[in-house]
Write a protein that binds this ligand. Sequence first.
Ligand SMILES: [Fe+2]
Ligand SMILES: [Fe+2]
Ligand SMILES: [Fe+2]
Length: 455
Amino acid sequence: MNQHNLPTASLFDEETQRRAYAIAANQECLASTGDFYAQSPFSRPSRPQDLPQFVSQAMSEGGDLPPSLALFGHRLLFTGYEQELVFLPQKTTSQMKSYRSFYDSEARAAAAVIRPALEKKLFGWMDREIELSGKWTLDAFREYSEGVLEDLEKSDSTFLRLLHELNDKKSAVQFFIVQCASDFLCEASAMARNVLGNYGPELSELFKILIDEYGYGVHEKKHSTLFEELMRDAELNPMPHYYWQFYNTGSLSLANYFQFISGDHNQFFRYLGALYFTEASLAFITRHQSAAIKLAFGRDANTLYFDEHTHIDTHHGRMAFENLIVPIVEKCGTGVLGEIVKGFEEFRTLLDRADEEMLAQIAWLDKADKADNAPVGTRSDETMVFTEDEGELSVTHCHDLDEWFEVEKGAIDLVCSPFKRVRLEAGEGMVLPKGMLHGSIVVSDKCTYRVAPVA
Ligand SMILES: [Fe+2]
Ligand SMILES: [Fe+2]
Ligand SMILES: [Fe+2]
């Protein structure tokens, strides 16, 4: 009992958490629709069957989640955040129903109950891996951050280097654009959470950055609109999250991180550091990204989205430091600098990890092909056999070990990206490396296939 004699209860006890997880994972929007592409923003297929395994690991202390469960966790977290953004139904009754269900109050409440634990589980590794020593002063942080950004400006792009070596440059760049879509189609939505309230003139400085991102109310100039245009010109569908099933864990983690530190205002100082890094670094990174688009689609390709950021983010980086960080540290004290540096370093690390994952996936997609024989080290004694009917679709996922996938009867398409399908018929197989996103769909009356881990 507390001082008012009310019974005490916690939303974070195990039983409540389990119930909230079950409600969040059983939402209509997470179910498979039998299609690899989302036909509305309210569709987020996420393999709810992974929930029991996820919950048992998510609720255990310490340790990072394996790739398969980290993907599930980020999909769940992303969906919860986006239930706080506005998407509207198209004029069909079926979309009206899924619109209502997407914003269902119990589902949103469940997302809020699991959110703090989920954020801790998915981002807690950064507390262990990113070390920040010493007492920071504004001058020391200025010198340090300028050094990091200068190095970044001078470094060349690993993506561009890889692209030169690939056979299918167009699919690789389209895949890169799809990864960006997870964040850019709703660009700056997380930022908007930080201009509510009242913390003085710095709020208005952030608002200036926000309205740039929103094109000063001119829809054609809104950054997400420029990105939609870029998608159309790259022969992609710009509907929000049409490619949901093809977002990598890393791509989801970037958008989720900004939602996390923007939604929980105890993390506001981390937000300032992450904002500064992202705005200042985009001024350089986007130059390489424009070059990649031109390499795949020709010199006249539409790169306005990236070019606009090369220009405006030079200002946004400076504004984030001079007009936000400096006066806020003067107002709140140098004690908050540690958290600002933390946000700067965390987003930088997350971006590196997401890039690494995307480049590994792109390199694999370029050469992934079927084979006649299982690789050496295939643990046939652990083979699992499945028989599925025509049209049965396995929502995209990834495995925690390399896996040998072999068809015994019938035929199946392994769908490794929107641009890469490999059809396997009886006697044919393929290695699915650890962490590589893929789904499948049966394309004969019935298909029997076997999977075994590769040591
Ligand atoms: Fe932007
Ligand atoms: Fe910006
Ligand atoms: Fe699989």
